[in-house]
Design a protein around this ligand. Structure first.
Ligand SMILES: NC(=O)c1ccc[n+]([C@@H]2O[C@H](COP(=O)([O-])OP(=O)(O)OC[C@H]3O[C@@H](n4cnc5c(N)ncnc54)[C@H](O)[C@@H]3O)[C@@H](O)[C@H]2O)c1
Length: 258
């Protein structure tokens, strides 16, 4: 298949590397024009180069996705350059968590800002920008937004919030007839630098043994690859998912099945 998102203007936050960059490749390869944003301008410029070398129509915008002013600025820039936004992936997030006794309030608030405020702002400004033309908003949650883990209270509270924020915004867009579909994606452990850090911190082991320990938690017998999440995002971005809104796309190698 090719051209699955032909001509669509796709904005992906936190896409200088990791899952976001894999999504940018997948959407670009299928005909999308991609705008990658990230708080890390140096890595973002590198991502733009990499995408262009792969023949993808790509540009980078520096963006702190926790800042309303930054959202106003980047949405205005994309609308000025491309005229509309068809796909918005609220991907920026992550960070290392700790159990409820170890965590202080400041760290909790930082995790909520990075993982839930970013999604709130992305949906708020995304709906405003997309309501005249319609489109697809995709919010990165996690298996941590579906089930509890002793060491992830703030991350899971935020990602659980993303799950229900998604359903509320989907319902609102449906009621208003905006033609915007809104869905959440729930990855298991994926082999990005951030994903590997989580395994090392949770187990206290080196990379190889930490990944092996996490592989055993996924019935499929391994952790995931970024492209496996990008494929799900590509589907939700495309018109193939035209009857999906308010849904949870779980891509977790069976992690939450057992
Ligand atoms: N990797 C996994 O195992 C996994 C599993 C479940 C969910 N997720 C979620 O997928 C998303 C991407 O994860 P990843 O593994 O690629 O992480 P990553 O750390 O590799 O990428 C996150 C990107 O976000 C950027 N970023 C950080 N703060 C930002 C901000 N305030 N504004 C804009 N950009 C900012 C970082 O610079 C980085 O490039 C996150 O929301 C994460 O919670 C990841």
């Amino acid at each position: 298949m090719s051209g699955r998102v032909e001509g669509k203007i796709c904005v992906i936050t936190g896409a200088a590397g990791g899952l976001g960059l894999a999504m940018a490749h997948a959407l670009g390869r299928e005909g999308g024009t991609v705008v990658v944003t990230d708080i890390d301008a140096a890595r973002g410029a590198g991502a733009e180069d990499e995408l262009r070398q792969a023949g993808i129509a790509a540009s980078f915008l520096s963006h702190d996705a926790t800042s309303p002013e930054d959202w106003e600025r980047i949405i205005a820039a994309v609308l000025q350059r491309h005229g509309r936004i068809d796909v918005l992936v609220n991907n920026a997030g992550g960070g290392l968590d700790m159990d409820i006794e170890a965590m202080d309030f400041a760290h909790y608030k930082k995790m909520i800002a990075l993982n839930l405020d970013t999604a709130f702002l992305g949906n708020k400004y995304g709906v405003a920008a997309m309501k005249a033309t319609g489109g697809s908003i995709i919010n990165l949650s996690s298996v941590g937004g579906l089930i509890g883990t002793a060491s992830l209270p703030a991350y899971s509270a935020a990602k659980g919030g993303v799950r229900l924020l998604t359903k509320c915004v989907a319902a609102h867009c449906g009621q208003r007839g905006y033609g915007i579909r809104v869905n959440s994606v729930h990855p298991g452990l994926i082999r990005t630098a951030a994903g590997v850090d989580v395994t090392k911190m949770a187990t206290g082991l080196d990379e190889e043994h930490a990944l092996a320990a996490f592989a055993s938690l996924h019935p499929i017998g391994r952790v995931g690859w970024p492209e496996e999440i990008a494929n799900g995002v590509l589907f939700l971005a495309s018109d193939e998912a035209s009857f999906m809104t308010g849904s949870e796309l779980v891509i977790d190698g069976g992690y939450t099945a057992v």
